[in-house]
Write a protein that binds this ligand. Sequence first.
Ligand SMILES: [Zn+2]
Length: 188
Amino acid sequence: MPESPEELYARTKDALRMPPVEEWEQWPFEGALRPRELRPPEERERPRFGEGGVDCGRCAAPDSEYIWTNETWRLWPFTPPNGLPLVVLLEPRQHYAEPGDLPDELAADLGVMLARIEREIRALGNIGRVHVCRWGDGGEHLHWWFMARPARIPQLIGSFAAIWDDILPPVPEEVRQADLARLAAALG
Ligand SMILES: [Zn+2]
């Protein structure tokens, strides 16, 4: 079993390491840094937005907020501004919290959807990679991120693309809207 949060905290709080970020091509920042102090564990997990489906903004959102829907899934164009070429989120219509909560049939369909959407975003052109990500620590309603990074800019590869998304100025809105429309059309 993994350590308890208290065990982990006690072991690590005075032994934090500083990775050599200045040597990492993808590190987005300049200047000296030090790790932030690790705060002790809390009594319980902080509640997420829409916990248990109560006051869940994603359950309440109308289909008109999405660029593509079917009877099971909805694709949400994350609220701009985005610096990466395209960022969208896939959600089940019904409120599920974790991937492991999905019934097998829905989980199998999810695999097909992840592949379809990744393929169609990549087909928009000038995309180096589509990162397909799931964190789930903000809103409870299950959602998968598709973060498309541009091709041929090595500094923007890897997991820091999610941070570069906030650093790069937003994609021109007319370009973004045209790409979202092409993606929706490709998904049928
Ligand atoms: Zn929900």
